[in-house]
Ligand binder design. Structure first.
Ligand SMILES: Nc1ncnc2c1ncn2[C@@H]1O[C@H](COP(=O)(O)OP(=O)(O)OP(=O)(O)O)[C@@H](O)[C@H]1O
Length: 601
């Protein structure tokens, strides 16, 4: 599975990125206006104290400087410096507040959107890429909102005001100051033109490195056994070097761009100084103007040398935002305008077809699940069992045909209606970090202690839960990683019991459980199946000998269907699977004890 979407979207240009970021800020117009206004105020106060310095120098150059006035000017400068810092602080405090709200809203929007798009979308991205998007990418939007927009506003405004003032005072001197800066900006633009490409390369390489590092760490036990020569380490080193090469390229470009700009900005004073001597000698430049130029030209340069850094940070934001926007643009599963509620509970697959790209995964499936019956899906790996079960939970919509419950197409139901009807115990039981009780209440938030205890007892989980420190309030770290697979499975059964849906999809996962655990899981599943319509994906045929109907899938088509006895008598594919799994037990009668569905009411 790839570490990201197969076709990474094009990153937005700098101005588009600025507008996109400003668009976020528009959601909080009051705070945004205040933040930008305070940023501008900070920039103006910064200019004001520099004018104070000019005034101080001119006062000091008077034949008889007025010490008291100079004291007031110094105090004024200090006041302006402090006020400027405070305004900047208030501006960034506000922009941080907006950034936190935007991050929260973005994460929620992404999570909600992921719940509405077909599962094919999350499968295409993969868990690592989604984690990176929802956590890391959204985190880095903070730089754009909390820093870039207010700082860029202030940092662009201040040089503009300075240039206007300088041109108003003396256009020749202003031109001498602006010319090298202009040249430096043109050179910088040329050097940072493809900054979006290099930012893209950086993200691709860092995603590759993260994926390889995770894979390497996860596969260490296997690698120790099989990879004595360290080939994996060499591969990891190659990925790491590719990453460092991109970083090197990036740093070189930023440094080069900044260096060129700094040289050009420094040259501003080189032109201004000789010109000022010449103009002063011709009596065309008052001393006050000369001092203003000497103070402001270097500070103008200081502001402008920050631009390459801004350009690269904007490129980074463009990259991150284009990824977030691409996920948000994935079309969700269509929702019915006037959702219907089924009265009756019969499930029908009618001519259902499903493809993965060009490949047909399910072909003209016709299947009826009568209320209160157990239907088992069996077949070779890749036959389409999980896909068929997933269609019933509307993880995808079929490409042909339809699936109905009580005659209502799944597409015509509100998701809440569907998920109140269909529950599941997945093959890979999923628990979140929280207590046992919190995990159970995911299915039934209102369930009281006795309901939880009853569900645990039926799911054969009460004994091991009672043994956990804290019992039902024991915290499950890392999604229950400290529990065995069978224990996790039984907690999921308890959760499904509390969910109490009339239709159940079970993906049995007992193949790797030890015999005692397996028997416990089978019993738990039997309790869960009681009185419900069950579609079970069977991995061990002994567990479904009592199913009302066994459906054999092959290459996405139903090739056999009937109960255990009928299928054995037929001597077809099911009979061959049975003989392979149960050598020496032709009828399977000895396995009936193992069947999860033997003791259903
Ligand atoms: N995310 C995916 N992307 C592309 N193809 C997929 C994906 N998931 C499944 N398939 C393909 O669809 C086909 C049916 O897969 P499915 O998981 O439904 O089979 P299965 O019968 O449940 O197999 P198993 O018993 O091994 O779980 C297989 O050929 C599989 O390779």
């Amino acid at each position: 599975m790839s570490a990201g979407p197969p076709d990474a979207p094009p990153a937005a240009g700098l101005s588009a990125t600025f507008l996109r970021l400003a668009g976020f800020l528009r959601t909080q117009p009051g705070a945004m206006t205040a933040s930008i206004a305070l940023g501008l105020l900070a920039a103006l106060l910064g200019l004001a104290w520099q004018f104070g310095v000019v005034w101080l120098i001119l006062e000091a150059m008077e034949p008889a400087p007025d010490a008291t006035r100079m004291g007031w000017i110094v105090a004024g400068i200090a006041g302006l410096v402090v006020a400027g810092r405070l305004a900047f602080l208030a501006s960034t405090a506000l922009s941080h507040k907006i950034a936190i709200d935007v991050q929260r809203d973005l994460r929620l929007a992404l999570a909600e959107h992921l719940a509405r798009v077909p599962m094919a979308v999350s499968e295409r991205y993969g868990a690592k890429a989604l984690r990176r998007l929802v956590l890391d990418d959204v985190e880095s939007v903070e730089d754009g909102i909390a820093h870039l927009v207010p700082e860029a506003t202030a940092n662009f405004t201040a040089p503009l005001i300075v240039l206007v003032v300088l041109f108003a005072l003396d256009w020749r001197m202003a031109l001498a100051a602006a010319l090298p800066i202009g040249l430096g900006l043109v050179a910088m633009r040329a050097m940072t033109r493809n900054s979006t490409d290099i930012t893209r390369a950086y993200y691709e390489r860092s995603a590759e490195l993260a994926a390889r590092a995770a894979e390497y760490a996860a596969g260490l036990p296997t690698l120790r056994l099989f990879d004595g020569e360290g080939r994996s380490l060499l591969r990891f080193r190659a990925v790491s070097e590719r990453y460092l090469a991109v970083i090197g390229d990036w740093v070189r470009r930023v440094l080069l761009a900044s260096a060129v700009l700094q040289v050009c900005v420094g040259s501003g004073l080189l032109l201004v100084l000789p010109l000022s001597l010449w103009l002063t000698a011709r009596d065309e430049l008052p001393v006050s103007h000369l001092v203003i130029f000497l103070v402001f030209v270097p500070s103008l340069g200081g502001l402008i040398t920050r631009l390459p850094n801004f350009a690269f940070r904007f490129a980074q934001q463009g990259e991150v935002l284009s990824r977030i926007d691409a996920l948000l643009a994935e079309p969700p599963l269509p929702r019915a305008d006037a959702p219907a509620r089924p009265v009756e509970r019969t499930v029908r697959f009618e001519g259902v077809g499903f493809r993965r790209g060009e490949r047909t995964v399910l072909d003209r499936i016709d299947l009826v699940l009568e209320p209160g019956t157990v239907t088992a899906l069996v077949g070779a790996s890749g036959a389409g069992k999980t896909t068929l079960a997933n269609l019933l939970m509307r993880f995808h919509d079929p490409h042909e045909g339809r699936i109905t419950i009580g005659g209502v197409d799944l597409r015509a139901m509100a998701p809440e209606t569907l998920y109140a009807l269909v529950g599941t115990v997945p093959q890979h039981p999923w628990l979140f970090t929280g207590t046992v009780a919190e995990n159970l209440r995911l299915a039934a938030p209102e369930a009281g202690p006795s309901a939880l205890a009853e569900a645990l007892a039926q799911a054969r989980a009460e004994t091991f839960v009672a043994g956990l420190p804290g019992g039902i309030d024991a915290p499950l770290d890392h999604g229950g990683a400290t529990l065995s697979g069978g224990e996790r499975q039984r907690l999921c059964v308890a959760r499904a019991l509390l969910h109490d849906t009339p239709i159940l999809v079970l993906d049995e996962a007992t193949a790797s459980a030890d015999p005692i655990n397996e028997r416990e899981i089978q019993r738990a599943l039997g309790a869960l199946a009681r009185g419900r319509t069950v579609l079970v994906i069977a991995h061990r045929l002994a567990s479904i000998v009592d199913a009302d109907r066994i459906v054999v899938l092959d290459g996405g088509r139903i090739v056999e269907s009937g109960d255990h006895g009928a299928l054995l008598a037929k001597g077809g594919r099911y009979a061959r699977y049975w003989a392979l799994q149960n050598p020496g037990t032709p009828s399977g009668s000895s396995a009936q004890e193992e069947s999860a569905y033997a003791a259903r009411a």
